[in-house]
Ligand binder design. Sequence first.
Ligand code: BGC
Length: 763
Amino acid sequence: MEDDVARLLDALTLEEKASLCLGSDFWHTAPVERLGIPAVMVADGPHGLRKEPEHATQGGLVESVPATCFPTAAALGSSWDVDLLQEVGVALGRECQAEQVSVLLGPGVNIKRSPLCGRNFEYLSEDPRLSGELATSFVLGVQSQGVGTSLKHFAANNQETDRVRVSADVDERTLREIYFPAFERTVAQARPWTVMCSYNRLNGTHVSQHPWLLTEVLRDEWGYDGVVVSDWGAVHDRVAAVKAGLDLEMPPQLGHSDRALVEAVRSGELEEAVLDRSVARVLSLVAKATEAKQADPTADLDAHHALARRAARECAVLLKNEDDLLPLDLRAGQTVAVIGEFARTPRFQGAGSSQVNPTRVDVALDEIRDAVREGVEVRFAAGFGLEDEDEADPRLAEEAVEAARGADAVVLFLGLPARAESEGFDREHMRLPQSQVDLLRRMAAVNERVVVLLANGSAVLTSTWDHEAAAVLECWLGGQASGAAVADLLLGSANPCGRLAETIPLRLQDNTAYLNFPGDSGHVRYGEGVFVGYRGHDALDQPVGYPFGHGLSYTTFEYGDLVVDVTGRHADRDLRITVRCSVTNSGRRPGKEVAQLYVHDVAASVARPPLELRGFAKLDLAPGETGTATFELGARDLSYWSEAVRDWVLEAGDFELLVGASSRDIRARATTAVDAPRVAAPLGAMSSLEEWLADPSGADALRGVLGTTDDGRLAGALGNPELRRVVGNFPMSALAGFANVDLDRDDLQELVARVGDEPSGKV
Ligand code: BGC
């Protein structure tokens, strides 16, 4: 292939090269017939194929061919199941092959910074590690079928408000620790064929023409060698974009961007070699896609529907279950009232570019009717209309109350109406429509056994109403088979095993991005820094509605003690920490537990989140069975990104390793001491007195110039403890200007020269 690419590069005219850096239409790369270079097709999206039929003309936003609608990313994220994500990926890859699509435009790994982001249903988690591991599996799955993926939207695209213009103003540490790692891990471990740049600006520069992001970080540091494609319409200056590392513009601004590239090369503004780099990447993609096309591809849509059903079961999160109300054990002669329009008109996906035309849709009400034992009466009442916002239709509500009265259980389907969340805009609040909450109150007043089933893509507040329900099952937007999955879970043929991939706060105001979302005047400041999601709630010691990682089961699990095994040393770059924890199914049903490993740097010199997820293991256990969760940690897992040294820094000291069933339900912990060379920014004239004294060679040098007292203290004014408390944080250059300090500028220059050769201790 490499030879072919080189040969083609020689044969292409400048105009043809420029044309290859743009699509030929909304969904195809440009062909060059003269040289036998075909066009390949790309199509959305993360949880199902959205391919525009041949005859359609509207950018695929209205019509698409039938395809399996798998659970949305918000749901899949809650599965915490890497194997499942891979299976879904494989199925999507097969459907793409069958439809002649070469690149699927997903997964989306943007972090859920605020619960208000309109596209949160398309993203996996508020946690970068969870997002990265799941996305890696997904990409490996799709690409195992000879179909590429597009890891999107790179980067810091965490809102829809003003999404094409807004500048996400984010410090580098926050990017490195929160917004980059899911991309970094997926790039390193799954090599997605394409990465899609986001619409927004990052610290003032449009991402589509951001050389640091698209070249220095993505390629030079992470080793990415695939194609960077623009989000649809994200290119503003084609020449600047190609220079920054953006290879393929979609959709193409035909006659404009191609001409700009040609003219820039002719005028000398753009080196042809730079254009060639992008052309070569596009050619490699086309070659890879063409070679990987299967001869007679088919997709087993029945099997995919069954997979969608299993996946939806894995994603549902049992938030509460008082007195083990679930699973419902209904016997002949008993009655269940199924209430809520969503039981009949399911909401199972979000709107925008990811919207799939499902091959079929399971309706929960029908599935429950089919699944209950013979002789169980299933009553239905809509309770509210999908358009009802604050007030329910009184007639519908009254009918529902009558249906619930005297029933042996009430299954109430609540959720966000479709208009509440979509690509293109953010939400303004996190509440369910008041009409639904009022209906729940009325249900609870006539029946103690109310189960709430939620259908929503972004988190909704539960704190104002969940005390009225005996059980709450969060089903997210669970894809086309969610109706059947819900029946399986309600009636106990499946056991819930999803865990929250995002915190449900008590109040929207508790979200640490609250004051800075969605920004204004063209800027959104990520003022909360690394304290996103549970990292922020924990640092503020806030109570939450339901914590990150939470999810109940119909069985129970017990955790054993941690066994920690440390090998190697950070200084030798081979530090490995293995953490093992046994987990036993102590209940009476088979079930799955997600053991979660968090790390806490006990004495960090910078503000670090109290807990950070560094691994997870989903264990499938029969009653009485014990399994072992094993986690492997390396130096990076214990490090933070230092703005001062512009690198990852592991600080020596104690680290707590905590394993639990959620971020707020730690079941076993151990502390391990880790040795590491001291890393500090090189000392200079602007380093403070305390920084000099904290550095062994700096302190020595200073003592050499100023001398020491009999008891070993630094001599002179700077050694005076009282004075040090007041001016210890002054840079040395300022101190050298003070008359009463026995250090002049010449001394300082000598000091700086003396320590300048010292290594900073970077590993
Ligand atoms: C979305 C992308 C999508 C693309 C193509 C854009 O508006 O942001 O996620 O892949 O359209 O439909």
